[in-house]
Design a protein around this ligand. Structure first.
Ligand code: CUA
Length: 607
């Protein structure tokens, strides 16, 4: 009997992988010298070697099937432990996969003991087939015995080195089996006594030369490759990246091309149509159209909103600068990578060597050049940031109040509007606060965005350079109607601005109350939640509302009269209509009495 220490040593030798590596770097115990495996992937298993099967018939392990992949293992029946463990591990893994020996693949177990008889081989075969337990497995599992010379020749051809130990009358050998393709080439090596069933299955499919496996398996094999040392399949970075890249391009195409085409059609139909269709709230305006500066790419002209403030060109410049850098480096890196992958790909005659470990010039270059670029981007960005945060003297100041889901702009003369009107070529400062949650004022044409926060003031300044009207959005998700929180920025000629402000502030003096009420209804944001045509929105419609009986959430039934409407404007939570949520903000201090009167007059006209 072998001592446990010796068995452990042998097991260790098997689990440790390549003989070449082992013998070169470590001092082996005497018994294990000349034991190991030198992988010969791609080499052919000789067909002319003659062995006997368990029934005594002459066969060659290199010509067993001819059309199926073969699991080739070298063992011997008298082996005290290792061969049994190895074949048990193989059976264990094979029982977990959906491929059948004799049908999808063959197993060839060749004895390395020249003294082994076909009878002994037959007995061993019997035992392992019993453990396998799959009917018909015997058709595909061949146990072969042969002469000393043919065993040696076979072992050499697959790179298996074993040694006869005369004292123990046993063979020191490694635990490894090979997968052989139908035309007799070695394709995979598996080591140890436990095998990953998935890896074994994929290796058989990969070795079957297209005869086994589903389309999905082929896809898996495209993305995975066999890692001999780990005994399992891992991802092929290049192929996975390639697939990811292709997917990205397809997605971008599917997404962006239609958007771009639509946008281009609209721009061709006339720039104002484009903006108005996109922002349905856009009204007829005195805009004069300018498209983005012709310096930009034609693509950019159709993708970007026009630039209409003093800072817009700087923001765009930085954007294009960063885009250009990204494009150049993307092309450089991917181009070089592709070139290297092709130029230095692994071929049969090219072994894996050691690449250069470092190159001082290259390392300095690829640190310093991007460093300078980053510093430039930082300086450019910081300059713009400081400028945007520092308003010049004599700015025209407008107070902004955001609430769910409308904007209120208060002008110096006390007029409140839900559109932002500003004079052209004059610095304007917005002092902003929110009544409820965080909103964000965003004017794409000015390239400006700033959060609007409850309980404090945030500021923003700009100088409009183009006359016209531009969309203004809320850019912070603020609830159900966030996407409706849009307004217009109207940029007036300087004289016209004052005239507009004067008229707008004295609306009630120039218009009959009901008409003024209608203007206030849209201008002050009532229309966001209350329709005038019976459509149900967040709040009750004003259509046919006046002097009707309505049930409140408290259960009482009230008549909608002047007092009820006034109370609902100033104290919206006091009496809430049944079926509606108490979400309306108060207009206390924001609507004057005569404005409330005008609104009531307007609601009366909808009877
Ligand atoms: Cu306010 Cu989103």
């Amino acid at each position: 009997m072998r001592t446990p220490t010796e068995l452990c040593l042998m097991l260790l030798a098997c689990l440790a992988l390549h003989a070449s590596e082992l013998s070169a770097e470590t001092q082996l115990p005497e018994q294990l010298e000349g034991v190991g495996v030198t992988e010969k992937v791609g080499a052919s298993v000789p067909r002319e070697l003659q062995f006997q099967n368990h029934e005594g018939q002459g066969v060659s392990p290199g010509a067993i099937s001819g059309e199926r992949p073969v699991v080739l293992s070298l063992n011997y029946s008298r082996c005290p432990l290792l061969c049994r463990l190895q074949l048990q591990g193989l059976v264990e893994a094979l029982r977990q996969i959906d491929l059948a020996p004799g049908h999808d693949f063959d197993i060839v177990s060749v004895s390395i003991d020249p003294l082994e008889t076909p009878q002994q081989a037959a007995n061993a075969r019997e035992g392992h087939l019993r453990a396998y337990g799959t009917p018909g497995a015997g058709d595909g599992w061949h146990f072969l015995t042969g002469t000393r010379d043919s065993i040696r020749a076979l072992a050499d051809s697959v790179g298996l080195e074993y040694r006869y130990l005369p004292e123990q009358k046993e063979n020191a050998h490694a635990a490894a089996f090979m997968i052989v393709t139908p035309d007799g080439q070695l394709s995979h090596y598996f080591y140890g006594v436990q095998y990953d069933p998935t890896a074994l299955r994929l290796a058989l499919i990969e070795s079957s030369q297209g005869k086994l496996g589903s389309t999905f398996d082929q896809f898996l094999l495209f993305c995975l490759h066999y890692d001999t040392e780990a005994g399992r399949y891992g991802p092929v970075a290049r192929n996975v990246m390639g697939l990811g890249g292709a997917l990205t391009v397809v997605l971008l195409g599917v997404w962006l091309v239609p958007a771009w085409l639509r946008r281009r059609n609209l721009v061709e139909a006339g720039p104002s149509v484009a903006v108005e269709r996109e922002h349905e709230t856009a009204r007829d305006s005195q805009r004069t159209q300018t498209l983005a500066p012709s310096l930009m790419l034609p693509l950019a002209a159709s993708w970007f909103p026009e630039s209409a403030s003093t800072v817009a060109s700087d923001v765009d410049g930085l954007f294009w600068f960063i885009t250009a850098i990204c494009t150049v480096f993307f092309a450089l890196i991917v181009g070089l990578m592709t070139y290297f992958v092709i130029r230095y790909r692994r071929t049969e005659c090219r072994r894996i060597g050691h690449g250069p470990s470092h190159n001082t010039t290259l390392e300095i270059l690829w640190s310093v050049v991007p460093g300078i670029l980053l510093i430039f981007i930082f300086a450019y960005g910081a300059k713009g940031f400081v400028e945007m945060g520092t308003p010049p003297d004599n700015t025209y100041e407008i107070k902004v109040t955001a609430k769910m889901w409308s904007w209120a702009f208060r002008y110096p003369n006390g007029h409140v509007d839900n559109e932002l009107h500003v004079p052209v070529d004059r610095p304007v400062r917005l002092v902003m606060s929110s009544d409820d949650v965080i909103h964000s004022l965003y004017i794409p044409a000015f390239r400006l965005k700033q959060d609007v926060i409850p309980g404090r003031y945030t500021k923003l300044w700009f100088e409009a350079t183009e006359i016209g009207s531009f969309p203004l959005f809320c850019a912070e998700y603020c609830g159900q109607k966030h996407s409706d929180m849009v307004a217009q920025v109207v940029v007036h000629r300087s004289g016209e601005f004052e005239r507009w402000l004067d008229e707008a502030a004295n609306l009630l003096k120039t218009l009959p109350p009901a008409k003024a009420g209608e203007v206030l209804y849209t201008r002050r944001g009532c229309a966001q939640c209350h329709s005038a045509d019976g459509t149900r929105r967040v709040g009750p419609s004003f259509y046919k509302l006046f002097e009707t009986q309505q049930r409140m959430t408290s259960g009482e039934v009230l008549t909608v009269d002047e007092n009820y409407i006034r109370e609902s404007i100033l104290e919206p939570q006091a009496k809430v209509r049944e079926g509606y949520r108490p979400v309306m903000p108060t207009y206390q201090g924001q609507l004057k009495d005569d404005e409330i009167d005008a609104l009531i007059e307007y609601i009366k006209t909808l009877r």
